[in-house]
Write a protein that binds this ligand. Structure first.
Ligand SMILES: Cc1ncc(COP(=O)(O)O)c(C=O)c1O
Length: 376
């Protein structure tokens, strides 16, 4: 095939274009307008999270989410190593330190290892939970729902609550994924949840992010910070440091229109995943299993392979214009993060070596799937 098969491209409709032009024609193209209000409202309703505020992207959503949870200079934040670096950078923006944890078979934080770390290496008193080695306060934990797979959010939140550790769910990849038993959407189980509307996500706004929470004060605070902390907007008085992190009304128009089609897109992805699985089977390969305890949005399809053949397969696919990708370089091994504590990271290393991310766009055709599977 001469045309590139992208890893994850957006799925647009005529309605997306119509609402985008409507916002453009309204002249409300920046940080206020009816589409922002409507999009926030619809996200809160759809996820049953009560309140929502929109940000420029998922990274800024995580930054202000952590700040709202009270992460301060000198604090520590528990986080996974196997994630996109955007989950981790906001910890450093706040001059706090990450403590890196391992992943389980679904690529999300390993619950048993987390419990082991908390039991053996921390202590809790009325001030909170502290790291026995560094004596620093562990104020928060970031749970990432990797590839759209739900992490064990219920259990992790329970462990954290006992220890006064706040939980931020990085649900940037998992909008629409639900934990079956509790019937709760990822992003709504911890203290705050963050979504991304980047062009490669399950739905897009051409870039964008959202923070959701049941705590209205917290969401209001994030909205305030994201619009330059205008304590007195008329006289331009700012009593605190602010950020220019508000989504634009034009982006919100696209996001709103896309959100109406979220279910449809997820269903398309589910069908394509089934088809991909069958095609791979004929070649002796398989996708990693999805967590049985969740209804998954199937955002990204990840194939299991032998570590010895991974690079060969990646090169073959990419030289034939198939955008297959390796899993992210682990976050605890980046040049500027390796100084921080990590706890028994083994499974993440194995997952990295034995995985290939495959094209997963909702508009993928069967012919495209057959084409790249035949290359394997
Ligand atoms: C796991 C994860 N966290 C955070 C982000 C950051 O989102 P954004 O690109 O919208 O800043 C992304 C996506 O890019 C992501 O995949």
């Amino acid at each position: 095939m001469s045309k590139v098969i992208p890893l994850s491209e957006p799925n647009f409709s005529k309605e997306d274009r119509k609402l985008l032009l409507e916002s453009f024609d309204s002249t409300f193209i920046s940080s206020s307008g009816k589409f922002l209000d409507k999009f926030e409202d619809k996200i809160a309703k759809m996820t049953r999270s009560e309140c929502c505020t929109l940000t420029t992207n998922g990274t800024s959503a995580i930054h202000l989410g952590l700040k709202a949870l009270g992460v301060k200079e000198g604090d520590e934040v528990i986080c996974p190593s196997l994630t996109f670096i955007a989950s981790i950078n906001p910890i450093l923006y706040l001059n706090a330190s990450p403590i890196f944890m391992d992943s389980d078979e679904y690529f999300c934080m390993d619950l048993e290892k987390l419990k082991h770390f908390l039991t053996k290496h921390t202590y809790t008193n009325k001030m909170g939970t502290f790291n026995k080695i560094t004596k620093k306060r562990i104020s928060s934990l970031i749970l990432v729902h990797v590839w759209g797979n739900a992490g064990k959010a219920i259990e992790i939140v329970r462990e954290c609550k006992k220890r006064k550790i706040k939980v931020l769910e990085d649900a940037t990849e998992s909008l629409g994924t639900k934990i079956k038993k509790e019937n709760l959407y990822t992003g709504t189980i911890g203290d705050v949840g963050c979504y991304s509307f980047n062009g490669n996500k399950i739905i897009t706004a051409g870039g964008g992010g959202a923070v959701v929470s049941k705590n209205k004060n917290l969401i209001n605070k994030i909205k305030f910070w994201s619009t330059q902390s205008k304590s007195d907007p008329f006289n331009y008085i700012h009593n605190e440091l602010g950020f220019n992190y508000r989504l634009s009304n034009m982006q919100a128009a696209i996001g709103l229109s896309q959100l109406k089609r979220l279910r449809k897109i997820i269903n398309q992805k589910k069908e394509l995943r089934k088809y991909t699985e069958k095609a791979l089977h004929s070649k002796g390969y398989k996708l990693y299993e999805l967590p049985p305890y969740s209804d998954n949005n199937c955002w990204l399809f990840v194939m299991k392979c032998k570590s010895s053949e991974r690079m060969k397969l990646l090169n073959k696919l990419n030289s034939n214009n198939v955008m297959a990708r390796p899993v992210w370089g682990l976050c605890h091994k980046q040049r500027y993060t390796k100084q921080f504590q990590s706890f028994e990271i083994e499974k993440s290393e194995k997952l990295l070596k034995e995985s290939i991310c495959l094209p997963s766009s909702s508009g993928l055709t069967k012919a495209q799937i057959n084409f790249y599977v035949n290359l394997l």
